[in-house]
Design a protein around this ligand. Structure first.
Ligand code: NZQ
Ligand code: ZN
Length: 380
């Protein structure tokens, strides 16, 4: 096992009454709030009114920034940071899914340190300060509610990249599975794929960490159990709760302790280019890329695939059978596994390959070459 630091300062409230703790938590964090929201789902389904009432009853002043799009962009984060500077806010409340919370994290870094968002993300400058960030999660998928990561895209530089800082963990996050009842079926499928992909990114990050391997397998088995039932019962509290918690655990550190790197992230780096080019939802990009990546890298990761197959089935199965297990599950729940299923053809594949060659996405543990890109593109 490799040396590691276990650090996760986010206080997580989980359950039907989770949101009621918001006013107590923000009490001593200042008076002026920047409230960040997305394109409108939180207003449509009443979550916005619930939260805003609570903030007002707590006697706080509220400045709002709404309209953050899925696959969020650096321009919105910059605009929100500018508003934060103008209004001299004390704390941030993010209400929404990963896109809203990720944007809030970068707004926090840009505002608290008076630095440009993209320079921080490109690691040209290093933030040292933060203000308190509180997250009310409305969509189970990314794990951003209990980690220090954020992902933004920049259409000027043609990049979608992640940034991590220990300063970016939310101070507290509030997870009420009931708030996810309204997440449509397609978006729920995307979330399921994302959390499985996070488990796999952890699994392929090298080093000998058997307990972390078992956590990964347990989370994948748990997900494969509830997912088909949930997709037939989108308003079932227990099934929504199981998904919400498994998505958090897939990306809050539990699955990487003792490994060589904090995840591999090669498939995410490749998949982000599909979102960048065609604004494809994150989950769909992963159900297409992950099986293709496993097939292309099969020889290099053969033992790991066989071990994963054993942990998942209790039987000795081959690397190919393990890959099939995932591909079949993705198909079973209705996720796309080829680019043509989302309306992208051969010219688009060429464009994707060209962009990979320029941006050179790679894993932290499994280094990708141009040769790998070519093999991967043949499988998508
Ligand atoms: O924009 P609104 O109107 O709010 O609608 C959203 C959006 O259309 C909607 N939605 C959210 N909560 C809902 C709801 N609809 C109905 N009922 C609700 N309760 O769902 C759509 C997708 O929202 P989004 O926030 O984009 O989804 P997700 O949480 O999957 O976030 C995806 C983003 O997170 C990044 C992805 O790359 C992508 O940009 N990631 C962040 C990570 C992290 N910070 O750790 C790791 C991940 O690997 C990922 O890269
Ligand atoms: Zn992801």
């Amino acid at each position: 096992m490799e040396d590691f630091i276990a650090y996760n300062p986010t206080k997580l409230y989980f359950g039907r009454n989770a949101g009621q703790n918001l006013s107590t938590e923000i009490k001593n964090s200042g008076e002026k709030i920047l409230l960040l929201t997305g394109k409108g789902s939180v207003k449509k389904y009443g979550y916005y009114d619930q939260i805003k009432n609570q903030l007002e009853q707590a006697g706080k002043k509220i400045v709002e920034f709404s309209g953050i799009k899925p696959n969020p962009i650096v321009d919105d984060a910059e605009k929100a940071a500018e508003l934060a500077r103008k209004e001299k806010i004390d704390l941030i409340v993010a209400l929404g899914g990963g896109s809203v919370i990720d944007t809030a994290k970068m707004v926090n870094m840009a505002y608290a340190n008076d630095l440009p968002v993209w320079s921080i993300m490109k690691r040209e400058v290093t933030p040292e300060k933060k203000i308190p960030l509180f997250a009310i999660l409305t969509l189970a998928a990314t794990g951003t509610e209990m980690n220090g990561a954020a992902v933004l895209q920049n259409h000027e530089t043609n990049e979608k990249i992640g940034y991590f800082s220990p300063l970016m963990y939310p101070k507290a996050s509030f997870l009420n599975p009931e708030m996810t009842f309204t997440v449509p079926k397609g978006q729920t499928i995307n979330g399921i794929i994302d959390l499985i992909a996070h488990s796999l990114e952890a699994y392929f990050s090298g080093g000998d960490a058997p307990l972390a391997d078992r956590f990964v397998a347990a989370n994948i088995l748990e997900t494969m159990d509830y997912a088909p039932k949930l997709l037939d019962n989108l308003k079932d509290y227990d099934l929504r709760a199981r998904m919400m918690w498994s998505a958090t655990v897939a990306e809050n550190g539990t699955t990487v302790h003792g490994r060589k790197t904090n995840g591999d992230w090669g498939t995410h780096a490749l998949a982000h280019h599909i979102s960048l080019l065609w604004d494809t939802p994150h989950g769909q990009t992963l159900s297409i890329i992950f099986p293709a990546w496993m097939k292309a890298l099969k020889n290099a990761i053969k033992n790991r695939l066989e071990n994963l197959g054993y942990l998942l089935t209790g039987q000795k199965i081959s690397a190919d059978e393990t890959i099939n297990l995932f591909e079949n599950f993705f198909k079973q729940i209705g996720a796309p596994i080829r680019m043509d299923e989302i309306g992208l053809g051969d010219d688009d594949k060429k464009q994707l390959l060209e962009l990979w060659k320029i941006n050179k996405p790679t894993g932290l543990n499994i280094i990708l070459t141009e040769n790998d890109y070519q093999k991967i593109i043949n499988f998508v």
